[in-house]
Ligand binder design. Structure first.
Ligand code: DAH
Length: 363
């Protein structure tokens, strides 16, 4: 086609474009049809870009035509410009329309492929849940943080000095036999209770007041039966301040017990002995199984033992640097396994460590 157009311009005499304009229009109409045929052959946007280059690119037909503008007289320039412009816009509009159609179709296909039926039932993702010991630990932490306590941690591998000495349990003291200890060497043990955290936190804070912390964590003893495990969990509580009394201890523990087990439960304090508290008390909770009528769970006493406690021994305060004439405190220690067993009616502690899903899924 270009050839014919070339020839047309070569033979064009000056000032005769007007007379021959229909002939040129005719040629360009043929070129347009060829262009449309080229366009019709394209299937993809890429194919059509090639067609675009062929007609409108730097070396394409339209720039070629524009070059002939220089060949015609000034009088004929507007006419030729108009003819070329018409040819160009017609073909270009057509091409752009087809490109837009293809893009739209491709887009629709993509949307169709991405379509989801939101009425279909969902796939159930099984997420895990907390272990009963974690549930109880979290609950107790929340009870105490709500009344201004801070949660602190100690060391599972602990110095004999903190595990015993700083708690007023010297070497050869008979109280050491209460707890069958794993010794790593002469001076280092797996902590037998969370009480050493008392001494460590007082060392850190003294002389600041108040000390008001709970310390959850693992403890270790050479024990293994239905109610004892070589590793179990305790939570230690400690408050040191001016004017802390035994009444504060009792009120705090009543609040703890009623928050964990229910408002209707009561506590009973029995005199006891711990080297690091004086006086010491063991705390029982009223049996929720029989409403204190007496049953197998409570050994027909109506009461269940749940924790040890007492007023911090003056020597323990002193060793940390506090003056027992100025400040006082109370402490308590509870076994998380024991609380969980009572709360959920679990009769064998080993269930808490077996990780049998039939058991764990009940919580
Ligand atoms: N540490 C004791 C034990 O493991 C429990 C205990 C008793 C902790 C009395 C205390 C306390 O803080 O005051 O048997």
């Amino acid at each position: 086609m270009l050839e014919k157009i070339k020839k047309f311009f070569e033979n064009l005499e000056t000032d005769s474009l007007e007379k021959q304009s229909n002939f040129l229009k005719n040629l360009l109409n043929q070129a347009k049809e060829e262009g449309k045929a080229d366009i019709a052959k394209g299937n993809t946007v890429d194919d059509l870009k090639t067609v675009q280059t062929k007609y409108f690119g730097k070396k394409g037909l339209v720039p070629d035509l524009m070059r002939y503008m220089g060949k015609v007289s000034n009088k004929d320039k507007p006419l030729l410009g108009k003819i070329i412009h018409e040819f160009k816009t017609d073909l270009e509009n057509h091409l752009n329309q087809i490109i837009a159609d293809i893009e739209k179709a491709e887009n629709n296909a993509k949307l169709e492929a991405e379509k989801i039926d939101i009425t279909l039932p969902g796939t159930n993702t099984k997420i895990g849940h907390k272990h009963p010991l974690t549930i109880v630990e979290d609950q107790i932490k929340e009870i105490f943080t709500n009344i201004g306590y801070t949660v602190v941690e100690g060391y599972e591998i602990e110095e004999d000095y903190y595990n015993f000495e700083r708690l007023n349990i010297p070497k050869d003291h008979p109280a050491r036999e209460m707890q069958d200890t794993f010794y790593l060497n002469e001076d280092v043990v797996l902590r037998t209770h969370t009480s050493p955290v008392q001494a460590r936190i007082m060392d850190k804070l003294c002389p600041t007041l108040p000390v008001k912390v709970i310390a959850p964590g693992k403890v270790f003893r050479r024990d293994d039966d239905a109610t004892h495990s070589p590793m179990f969990h305790q939570i230690e509580g400690l408050i040191v301040d001016k004017n802390i009394t035994f009444a504060d201890l009792k009120g705090t523990l009543l609040h703890l017990v009623q928050s964990v087990f229910g408002e209707e439960r009561e506590i009973r304090l029995r005199p006891s002995f711990f080297p690091f508290t004086e006086p010491s008390a063991e705390v029982d909770v009223s049996c929720g199984n029989c409403n204190q009528e007496g049953c197998r769970v409570c050994g027909y006493t109506g009461w269940l033992e749940i924790l040890g406690s007492g007023m911090v021994h003056p020597k323990v305060l002193e060793m940390a640097g506090y003056d027992p004439k100025e400040v006082s405190g109370f402490a308590f220690g509870l076994g998380i396994e024991r609380i969980a067993m009572l709360k959920y009616g679990i009769d064998d502690m080993r269930l808490l460590f077996d990780n049998d899903l039939r058991f764990l899924e009940q919580f």
